[in-house]
Every structure is written in C-alpha cells, then in structure tokens.
Design a protein around this ligand. Structure first.
Ligand code: ADP
Ligand code: MG
Length: 390
C-alpha cells in the first residue's frame, strides 16, 4: 500500500481525498466530530505541502438529494477545526464543481457535496469514477470506514488515478489491525459483545485461531448459553444464531483460544431504563426476564484477563449500556481496557460510543473509526478500497 510519504512534490497539485465524514447530525450541527478529527493529520499534511485539496465523503443514505444530508454542517465544523475556510462545492461533479476546483489555491480546501447524491456512487459506476478522477492529479484514500465497499469514490477512482496513496488514518487503521492479527504482543485477548452472533461470527472464528482468550458478553452470549442447554428467557437470541454458536463451540477444543462465557448476569423484565432489575448467580434466565448485562463475577474475571493481556481487541458492549441499570459490565470492561498496560484496540460504533460515555476514549492505544471495515479486515477479507491502493 502506497502512503503519503511515497507521493512526490504536491505543490499546486489537485489532490482528491476520500474521507469518511459520515457523522451524526442534529438540527444542522455535527454532534460527534471524531471522524472529522481523525482525518485532520492527512488534511494538514497536504495543506503543508501546498496541495489544492478536494475532499469527498458520503453522509447517510440519501435516496434523493435530500437537503438534510447535505455536507454543509460538516464543512463548517471542518473549517473550525483547521482554522481556515472550507468551501462546499455546489455538487459532486459537473461544470460548477470543476470551476470551484480551478479556483482553489495551494493549501486551499474544497469539500464536494455528499457523494451519495450521485446514484452511481454505490454502484461503482465507471462514468462517475471518471468524472471524479478528472478533478484530480493525485488520489488519496483516508476513509477507512468505507474501505470495505467498492464504490466509485473509493476503489473506482483509485484505479483511474495512477498517482494514489493511503492517507495517515487509513495507514494507521490497517497497520494496527494487521499487527493485532499477525504479530500481537501476547497474550492476545479478544473481548466480543454486542447484539448478534451472526454479525461477528467471522470475527469469533478468526480469533479462535489467533487469540489466546476470547471473552464473550452482550446479547451475543445467549446463543452460546442456549447451545450449552441454558434457559435464556426473553433474552435476545435468534434461532439461527444458536446454530452458529453450537458449531463454534464444537470447534473450541481444537482452537488456540480459550472461550469464556458469563457466569452470572443482570436481568431486566424489559428493555427499558425503568425496568425491574434482578441479579442472578448462574446463567439460567427465567421466563419473563431478559439478560441485559454481565454480572459482577464475570466482570471481575474479564477485568483480570484484560489486565494481563499483551494485546486487547474489544468490539461490542457487554450489555445494554445505553440504559444506566445495565451499563456496569460495559463500564467495567471499558475501565479494564483503559487501565491495561498492553496494546489496546477498540472497534465498533457502539463500543466507541461507550468509551466516550465513560470518558475513556483517550485512554486506548487505538480507537478504530471503522465498524464494518474493521470486522471484515479481522475476518481476513480483502478490503476493495485498500486493494486498489497497491
Ligand atoms: P458495535 O457497534 O460496538 O459493533 P453492536 O452494534 O454489535 O456493537 O452492539 C451494540 C448494541 O448491542 C447496543 O445497542 C446494546 O444495547 C446491544 N446489547 C448489548 N448487550 C445486549 C443485551 N444483553 N440485550 C440486548 N441488547 C444488547
Ligand atoms: Mg453497532
């Protein structure tokens, strides 16, 4: 993969940069600018090298040119962060956009409109990729969160602009995750939670081969517990997930990793902040109750394993952490990860949100900006956006 260091003189050159500015908005304001901040090192480097910067990103899933998914608030926030004007182009491609690019001076920044306003984006349409390539002398991809998709603004345009490279963020994301998989400081501990086994079965299977210990929490534990014959009550537990979990449990004996499941739980009588709450020793969930967090003993065991890790990879909350009565397990794991002396890597949108909720987002070695891309990389899939940069 080529990087910014492989690019020659950029002074006065038009550099098209694919960024992931798919950020949450509320009332026309950016409510979480982590993804914008993550692209700043690349943008500032390119400004310093005198490039004329054309940024391109998607935002949400517009069906039409919905004004509510315009990148206007993002341009404003980016401008505040870099302390320089950021102009928003009148569209994605076309004569007006080309004129705006022509007006850019060295170090200047233009943000194209939401690239998904163009229906060809998600189809990796050759004509759209060509129109984007025509705006650029050099292409830089810094959108790790979009690297698992072959779209016009990722892999399509990369194939058309021969001078191309990964930005600092993409380079760091791929480098860190590759290190976790291929050459981690040991023991490697993988903490996996979240809603569904089927989302993450590929990740579990990979870590069974590469990790030393896998700690399972979140709703994801119930298919495993059901497969072991426990009652799950009203807990989130899809039938097909039980089959997947049963198959995984069969392979555990031959696996490198040891897989730990919760030994106690916090139950609620419904998924709500004011639910009735009950803690149980053991993992048999009575009817009328649902498991919504891991219990105290499980928290202590998981925290101990994390403390002794050389490397921790954490994806997926340990419970319904958005509801205060069920946040303790996720909080315990987040604090253990933050305190761990080993390398700590956290991926997944909700896990990142949990870290921020506990004020610990600055306390990990690497907080990944990718959700799906992180999981696919861990599963061992090739990411089209990355492959196109070779
Ligand atoms: P990430 O975004 O970090 O990959 P997921 O999207 O897989 O994580 O899972 C996060 C969601 O899982 C959260 O909304 C959380 O409420 C939910 N969740 C975790 N544990 C449980 C549980 N025991 N019961 C119901 N929902 C749960
Ligand atoms: Mg999620």
């Amino acid at each position: 993969m080529k990087t910014l260091r492989d690019l020659g003189d950029l002074n006065g050159k038009r550099v098209l940069v694919r960024v992931d500015f798919n950020v949450p908005l509320q009332n026309g304001r950016v409510t979480d600018d982590m993804r914008i901040g993550a692209a700043l090192p690349t943008i500032q480097e390119l400004r310093g090298r005198g490039a004329r910067i054309v940024l391109v990103s998607h935002l949400g899933r517009p069906k039409d040119r919905e004004a509510s998914l315009s990148l206007t608030p993002v341009a404003r926030r980016l401008s505040e962060l870099i302390g320089a004007p950021v102009r928003l182009a009148p569209g994605v491609v076309g004569d007006d956009v080309r004129a705006a690019v022509d007006e850019l001076g060295p170090g200047g920044v233009l943000l194209l409109e939401n690239v998904r306003y163009e229906p060809g984006e998600t189809k990796n349409d050759a004509e759209l990729a060509r129109a984007l390539a025509d705006l650029a002398d050099v292409y830089v991809d810094d959108a790790f969160g979009a690297a698992h998709r072959a779209h016009a603004s990722t892999e399509g345009v990369a194939r058309l602009v021969s001078e191309h490279a990964a930005g600092f963020l993409l380079e760091r994301e791929v480098g860190t995750l590759t290190q976790v998989l291929e050459d981690p400081a040991r023991p490697l501990v993988s903490v996996l939670g979240g809603a569904k086994v089927s989302d993450k079965i590929g990740v579990i299977d990979r870590f069974l081969q590469t990790a030393d210990t896998i700690l399972i929490g979140g709703a994801m534990c119930f298919p495993f517990l059901a497969a072991r014959g426990h009652a799950v009550g009203d807990s989130l537990c899809a039938e097909e997930d039980v089959e997947l979990a049963a198959r995984t449990l069969e392979s555990v004996a031959q696996a490198r990793a040891e897989l730990l499941l919760p030994v106690d739980l916090v139950l609620g009588d419904r998924f709500a902040e004011d639910a009735n709450v009950r803690e149980i020793d053991g993992v048999d969930v009575p009817d009328g109750w649902m498991g919504l967090d891991i219990g105290q003993q499980t928290r202590d065991t998981y925290a101990d394993v994390i403390a002794q890790a050389g490397t921790v990879f954490w994806n997926g909350p340990m419970g319904a952490f958005e509801l205060p009565p069920f946040a303790s397990g996720t909080s315990a794991v987040a604090h253990a990860v933050a305190l761990a002396s080993g390398t700590t890597v956290v991926g997944g949108g909700d896990s990142a949100a949990a870290l921020r909720q506990f004020g610990l987002d600055g306390e990990v070695t690497h907080l990944s900006t990718g959700g799906g891309a992180t999981l696919e990389l861990i599963e061992g899939k090739q990411l089209p956006g990355v492959e196109a940069l070779r």
